[in-house]
Design a protein around this ligand. Sequence first.
Ligand code: MTE
Ligand code: MO
Length: 477
Amino acid sequence: ESGTRKIRLADVQKHGRDAEEKWVTKGTRVYDITDWIPGHPGGDVILRAVGGAIDQYWNIFSIHKKQEVYDILESYYIGDVDPQDLVDGEVPMDHVEDPFSGDPVRDERLIVLSARPCNAESPGEALSTWCTPNETFYVRNHMWVPEVDSKIHKLVIELPDGEEKEYTLKDLKKKFQEVKITATLQCSGNRRKHMTEEARSANGLQWNVGAISNAEWKGVRLRDVLADAGFDINDPPEDAKHAHFVGAEAYGASIPIDKAVEKHGDVLIVYEMNGETLPPDHGYPMRVLVPGTVAARSVKWVNKIVISEEESPSQWQRRDYKCFGPNVGPNQANWDEAPAIQEMPVQSAITSLRDISSSSPTDRKLLQVYGLEEDSVAVEGYAWSGGGRRIIRVDISADDGRNWHQAELLPDKSLGSKAWAWRRWRWVVPRGQVGRCFVVKAVDETYNGQPAEYEPHWNFRGNLTNSWHRVGYRHMG
Ligand code: MTE
Ligand code: MO
């Protein structure tokens, strides 16, 4: 393409966020996307890329990788990067902004599955406490951590008639009653690794038992804020069917309106976690907390809530976080027909397995509690169900499911209208009774349980893995 306009990278840089004309590069081509920005389906997030390269953002938002999107971009082509600015024919890395440069420093005990974006599970010790410490609470980010100034951050509420009302963090704290609840967040991909190992490869991050954590959250009720914004929470109008939540980095999701306004639904806009300011990774300065519901709906860094007749248009609402039959692959999936995951099924897992004997003073105490003297094995874990359904029983076997026993449900005090928090459990069994494999399954108050097998429950996205958790045992003595 000789004869096309040659553009210096320094000129591209001048056409950033504050310039009238906004340019981006993709590869070595330059585009003036000024006219496209108002209509960008992803919203203002596109402004992060202007004045520089867009490639690294398109790698994160893979939704761009289709012909119609390439065609749109091509229609804004204005020229090529001047060859004197290229290194080996490419735009040099120091001109490519790192989308993750604002991410926080993280605790080294987190088990990192992917660093950019950060996806990290809670380590075993964090899963064995009632409230997971903030530093080791699992992190599931689809993108970068947006840098938000809590003083100027605004939460916009948009009602079906287009009416908008704005709230700062200060407004929320001043105007509404503060509420505390304990609630467990679980990613729909928790235990996906087990589905991959016990059945077939399921696509997505291969989480073990740690894409789940529990915390005490403080905030205000979404229903109170909606009422203040002029929404009729007691008799929502016909065209109000879903509440959309939008995060500052362009993530989005929605929940049914009934859950959003239900008195005992406890949907909150939270700003504190375990008595501390909400950390950057978990939504600072404010996030939606939808207890009893898949964590994908608890939108972090929330800056907009829209009441609408339709579900959120976000890809994470419509093209992700759904389940299909074990015979369905990516090409057969009917995404529009399958409902979005909201409340979750019963879940339980073993988080710790250790040999104990009376030679250690702490172990001796534990053995006494269970009236045992001989060398034993202590097993611990969590059980949880969606919709605030209480766990009534945890069944455990030390011989691969031949003989069953009841684990002790530990007496933690949970806050909130329903059983939003996990139930921790423990069991101690003499080593002589232990076979090759421990198995756990839980039952909730509706008497729903967990499936035994993995293959009949397999789905290509590996969501909602809740088949019996099996952990092999080998004596360490
Ligand atoms: N909110 C925003 N804005 N961006 C995200 O990437 N991830 C969702 C949800 N809310 C996400 C989000 C998913 S899939 C999960 S599992 C939870 O946040 C994880 O919450 P945590 O990182 O606080 O554990
Ligand atoms: Mo998730």
